[in-house]
Ligand binder design. Structure first.
Ligand SMILES: Cc1cc2nc3c(=O)[nH]c(=O)nc-3n(C[C@H](O)[C@H](O)[C@H](O)COP(=O)(O)OP(=O)(O)OC[C@H]3O[C@@H](n4cnc5c(N)ncnc54)[C@H](O)[C@@H]3O)c2cc1C
Length: 303
């Protein structure tokens, strides 16, 4: 179960006591408040709090542009203009606070995003739960032969069963030893801060993660991307759904100008222009390396 009974009770209490407010309210996000969206086998993402909405982004932008915003009358147009031109600080006026439960190896990737505020479950103070991420069969994939940082076809049959068994038994054995080391029944026991060190990185941790919308978009662009590891991508996807309901204009602009966009080098733009004029450009005449040329081909084929 992703939520503990105590966490569920806290959610029920908070949801049963709505507060009147004069603050900006996003109806789309209100619907997500305190609702845990399950991710992976035991993880979740839930919104704890937020500040701002689409209008707050425009309000901030109009402070800096003043009468200059006259040409962009409606909020959606202004937000799209801001996103298109990398005018990012108005997006920092919105904030989101999430409670996330995630495997430690996913947390290691996530924590690299430094522009957020984090408060994590303490395994020095508390005992870790016996909860481990075990991939679904379709995610038990072999090493990719084309991408050192990726995975290929799903393992099949006996090999898949053997790997699954190793993952499960290693996790359980490590946890049994963890429990044994922290000691019960009159034993002194090893300190929790030391006993945790043999736990595998597929054990679940939890944290509160607060971030502004600009840096959240940066996180989502990198982690909702096909190049990101599946196990962090599913969290990013869940957050994308939340953000789309929270700030629909900003999210649409993000989809159009970041998530669905591509960055082209000067050589790529030059090749594109030459190709549009009917020239048969090859990798040799493109000025690009073989790898960059492949990436360019990917862009063209997708569009
Ligand atoms: C597909 C993928 C593969 C990756 N592979 C690896 C890997 O193999 N090894 C590895 O170590 N990491 C890897 N990373 C992590 C990556 O290098 C970044 O650390 C991570 O994506 C966080 O990005 P960020 O620093 O832009 O984000 P944030 O920390 O949120 O920073 C946002 C922006 O703020 C600025 N900033 C923040 N802090 C500083 C600072 N101290 N100094 C200067 N500018 C700052 C930068 O402009 C930065 O882009 C990978 C990430 C992805 C998405």
């Amino acid at each position: 179960m992703p939520l503990s009974p105590e966490q569920q009770a806290e959610i029920d209490t908070l949801r049963a006591a709505p507060q009147p407010t004069l603050r900006a309210v996003s109806p789309g996000l209100e619907a997500h408040l305190y609702t845990a969206h399950q991710v992976l086998d035991h993880g979740f993402v839930r919104v704890i709090d937020y500040m701002g909405d689409d209008a707050a982004i425009c309000q901030a932008a109009r402070v800096s542009y003043g009468k200059g915003t006259k040409s962009v009358q409606n909020d959606e147009g202004l937000i799209r203009y801001l996103m298109r031109h990398w005018h990012s600080t108005p997006f920092e006026m919105c904030e989101l606070k999430l409670h996330v439960k995630l495997p430690v190896f996913v947390a290691r990737q996530w924590i690299r995003h430094r522009t957020a505020n984090v408060n994590e479950y303490s395994a020095r103070y508390s005992i870790m739960d016996r909860e481990f991420y075990i991939p679904a069969p379709e995610q038990m994939a072999a090493q990719s032969v084309v991408n050192n940082q990726g995975r290929g076809e799903a393992l099949q049959g006996e090999e898949a069963a053997r790997v699954l068994e190793i993952l499960k038994t290693d996790s359980m054995r490590a946890y049994d030893h963890y429990e044994e080391m922290i000691g019960q029944d009159g034993q002194q026991g090893l300190a929790r801060e030391l006993a945790r060190m043999n736990l595998p990185t597929n054990i679940y941790t939890q944290w509160y993660w607060k971030v502004d919308l600009h840096n959240l978009f940066h996180f989502l662009r990198l982690r909702a991307d096909a190049h990101a590891q599946y196990e962090i991508r599913v969290y990013a996807d869940a957050i994308c759904n939340i953000v789309a309901d929270w700030v629909p204009f900003a999210y649409k602009a993000f989809e159009d100008y970041r998530l669905g966009s591509v960055t082209m080098s000067a050589q790529m733009v030059d090749c594109m222009r030459r190709m549009l004029k009917g020239e048969a450009v090859t990798q040799e005449s493109s000025g690009m390396s073989a790898r960059e040329w492949r990436e360019f081909q990917d862009v063209i084929e997708k569009s």
